[in-house]
Design a protein around this ligand. Structure first.
Ligand code: SAM
Length: 326
């Protein structure tokens, strides 16, 4: 059955429009700008500390939001993804960036990493939740990601505490729309709330309880049933608790785990203020995006209930090679 769950993700991410959609995320969603800035900073900070990094695996690499910049820095990047649509767009973008000679594109699943020898990539990244789409094999995939990394790991997954207010508040996503008048069809996913939105909304306490207990956004068998009816549902998504993620990674061999909720603080900022901060001009965007996402980083590791970003970001240098803790 678990293979079926992954097939839902394969179908969803293989939609022909997905490559284009993913490549415009930062022009549409404020939370994507913030989250990407946060992950960029985490990767930068690791690369500043870890010596001799030449090879990188980006697992579930999408259209190359992270793999292409890493190749631009001169690293040898293996860009692995389940989706032809993503890989096609990623190849085009790598071509435009002039980095195809430093990139290898692999169509594969992150549940199929067993063939890679231990320690075979200096840096392994797997960000913006591919691990959350492989339930119930998420922990095995985390262990494999750590196993094949020689020096450092950066992983981000869906966060249970962060998704809870997002999933059960029909107006929540609207707060993060960049421009509801842009005419881009993606924005129609999240129409602004109206009086009808509120009238139609009914709290479903049983479902909320189920979500908090299981970490699954929807009942997996219901999702598979939708696919069998010919639909392309949102994939089965497993949302981690912060301590759970840290524990699995420690058990996999990481001794130092740096955990944060990217974009958590921005969720407390009203939309018009956030929009102004990010879009007043390019300077403000570059300056403020990392700050709004990052103020939380110190707090979240120890005060886990404050994590309200919808992702959890974890990074670690591997002590077995580096010899010191961050
Ligand atoms: C939200 S996108 C993030 C892409 C990229 N990491 C980024 O941050 O731009 C999730 C990616 O995971 C990929 N994915 C989902 N399930 C996967 C699996 N089982 N194996 C490999 N890739 C997978 C999807 O095709 C998609 O490109």
């Amino acid at each position: 059955m678990s293979r079926d769950y992954e097939d839902v993700a394969a179908k969803f991410w293989n939609l022909p429009t997905k490559g284009e959609e993913e490549s415009t995320r930062e022009t549409l969603f404020m939370d994507d700008i913030i989250q990407k800035a946060h992950i960029d900073r985490e990767i930068d900070s690791l690369l500043a500390r870890v010596t001799d990094v030449t090879t990188v695996l980006d697992a579930g690499a999408g259209v190359g939001r992270f793999s292409i910049p890493l190749a631009k820095r001169g690293l040898e990047v293996t860009h692995l993804d389940i989706s032809d649509s993503m890989l096609k767009k990623a190849r085009e973008m790598a071509e435009e960036a002039g980095v195809t000679d430093r990139m290898v594109f692999v169509k594969s699943r992150i549940t199929e990493l067993a063939g890679y020898p231990s320690d075979c990539f200096d840096l392994v990244i797997c960000v913006d939740a591919p691990v959350s789409y492989v339930y119930p094999r998420h922990n095995q995939v985390l262990r494999d990601l750590v196993r094949i990394a020689r020096k450092a790991v950066v992983v981000s997954v869906a966060s249970r505490l962060g998704f809870f207010p997002y999933w059960y508040n029909p107006a929540q996503k609207h707060q993060y729309l960049v421009d509801q008048d842009s005419g881009n069809p993606i924005l129609k996913w999240y129409p602004p709330p109206t009086d009808q939105t509120w009238e139609a909304w009914q709290p479903d306490f049983e479902d909320q309880r189920r979500f908090l207990d299981t970490g699954l956004l929807e009942d997996p068998d219901g999702v598979v049933a939708k696919m069998e009816r010919g639909e392309t549902p949102w994939p089965v998504t497993y949302c981690f608790l912060p301590e759970e993620l840290a524990r699995v990674l420690r058990e996999a061999g990481l001794q130092d785990v740096r955990l944060s909720g990217p974009g958590a603080l921005s969720r407390t900022v009203p939309q018009p203020v956030l929009k102004k901060l990010l879009f007043v001009n390019l300077f403000a965007r570059i300056l403020v995006a990392p700050v709004v996402g990052l103020i939380y980083i110190g707090a979240v590791g120890s005060v886990v209930w404050l994590d309200l970003g919808y992702a959890l970001l974890v990074s670690s240098m591997l002590p077995k090679v580096i010899g010191f803790l961050m």
